[in-house]
Ligand binder design. Structure first.
Ligand SMILES: Cc1ncc(COP(=O)(O)O)c(C=O)c1O
Length: 445
């Protein structure tokens, strides 16, 4: 019998864990290394989501293991008013990577970084309204949750006063179309801001955006959109906050996703990838905004702010990304993965769309490609078949969209591992379709 069926483990999990969303995978994970996690039978499972989109260097990268061991013995945590070398060094390194964003605050989680960014935006503008995308995810706490529209809004009482949303541009299902049928995002953006202006009480503080909405189903802001959004913000005296939790540190083929667009935000938040699986996040902003915030008494005093252990990990992550040329690698491997997934799209009618950038890609499962009718059931079946075959892929299920696989392997993934993942996806699609024989399935080639 499989050791994953350990009754004691699952009974205890059921008895003692608070369920926090979704179902648990049907395996007990004992260890992880590189691109794989290993279950209780020591079966390798290819991790196509880098843990929770974080393990940028794969699992248990020797440099991270060595850094944690060294730093935990030297100094891990300090009184929040004390500084250590890794903190100042990491701030300096990050500032050098994002010219103009010279000031850095080091925290632990993505939600926390967005809390701090929004708090700072409110303080320096003296306003309180925060606009975000309708399919955003910025975290599960306070104002970050108030700016999260893709899930979790119902049942928790009022969101922060002044929370406003605009539609996330969706090239696969355009709301406004150009003559050739493509997304007319400029008209959509103009229309959305007309609505923002009519709802606003005159207190617009900031727009918070992901360059690629990940939990929203891998919706990439079209080229030019970010610059147009920044213009809308400037016209209204709002700050632009970019949340690069998933896109930062090379994943999309540039160090930060905003660099493709040549748009530097007023405030940048980093998390997930900067700690490569350990809890580290950062808020970055201009010297001017930081001075203003400080003059107005900016307070974000937390237990783990400026802790040396995660800062040392962040430095090791940047070193490895540089030494192993992982930004370029994300671009090259991303192209290979995109091509492989596009071949699956040619082959299977149920693969409605392949999108994304670098090693942050999405595959949307639909009932038929012409009408783009979502197929959550088939998506869930494919994900389960893939897991059974040793591939972990995350699927997002959103109203109005099909099941979307989010594919974000470690940037260190090898060619063989990538091919293995593509092979398992194809097998899982075949198995998912076979379970539902009424479906046409294979596209005309
Ligand atoms: C874009 C983005 N921002 C913020 C968060 C929240 O980060 P955390 O879960 O570390 O609080 C997430 C988490 O998925 C995210 O995808």
């Amino acid at each position: 019998m499989s050791k994953n069926s350990d009754r004691g483990f699952w009974d205890s999990a059921q008895k003692h864990l608070i369920r926090y969303g979704g179902a648990f995978e049907p395996a007990i994970i004992e260890r992880a290394a590189g691109s794989f996690v290993y279950d209780a039978d020591d079966k390798p499972i290819l991790d196509f989501t880098s843990g929770q989109m974080s393990a940028l260097l794969g699992h248990s990268h020797p440099r991270i293991v060595a850094t944690v061991s060294r730093q935990v013995a030297q100094v891990a945590h300090l009184f929040s008013g004390m500084l250590s070398r890794p903190v100042v060094e990491l701030a300096e390194r990050l500032a050098a990577l994002a010219p103009g964003l010279d000031r850095v605050l080091l925290l632990s989680t993505g939600a926390e970084s967005n809390e701090a960014a929004i708090r700072m935006a409110k303080l320096v503008t003296g306003k309180h309204e925060i606009v975000a995308f309708s399919k955003s995810w910025h975290g599960m706490t306070g104002v970050a949750a108030s700016a999260t529209y893709s899930a979790g809004r119902k049942g928790y009482g009022p969101a922060a006063v002044g929370s406003l949303a605009i539609p996330a541009p969706n090239s696969f299902r355009p709301r406004f179309r150009n003559a050739d049928g493509s997304l007319d995002w400029q008209t959509e953006l103009d229309d959305a801001f007309d609505l923002v202006d009519s709802q606003s009480t005159g207190s617009l503080a900031a727009f918070v955006a992901e360059p690629i909405l990940s939990s929203g189903g891998i919706l990439e802001l079209p080229q030019g959109y970010l610059a147009a959004l920044q213009k809308k913000c400037r016209e209204r005296g709002m700050l632009l906050i970019l949340d690069e939790a998933q896109t930062g540190i090379g994943r999309t083929g540039t160090m930060f996703a905003f660099q493709r667009d040549g748009v530097t935000p007023d405030i940048l938040t980093l998390s997930k990838t900067i700690g490569a699986g350990l809890p580290l996040s950062a808020v970055m902003t201009t010297a001017e905004i930081e001075e203003e915030a400080h003059d107005r008494g900016f307070l974000f005093y937390t237990t783990h702010v400026s802790d040396p252990l995660p800062a040392a990990v962040g430095l090791a992550v940047l070193d490895v990304v540089e030494e192993e040329k992982l930004v370029e690698r994300a671009r090259d491997m991303g192209t290979k993965l995109f091509d492989g997934l596009s071949r699956l799209k040619q082959r299977y009618e149920c693969v409605g769309d392949v999108r994304g950038r670098g090693l942050l890609l999405g595959v949307e499962i639909v009932k038929d490609r012409k009408d783009r009718i979502p197929d959550h059931q088939l998506g869930a079946a494919i994900a389960a078949e893939a897991f059974r075959r040793g591939l972990s892929m995350n699927i997002v299920k959103l109203p109005g969209m099909g099941g979307v696989f989010r594919i974000a392997p470690p940037l260190t993934i090898s060619d063989e591992e990538l091919e293995l993942g593509l092979k398992i996806i194809a097998e899982a699609i075949e198995a998912g379709l076979a379970a539902n024989t009424s479906r046409p399935g294979i596209a005309a080639e």
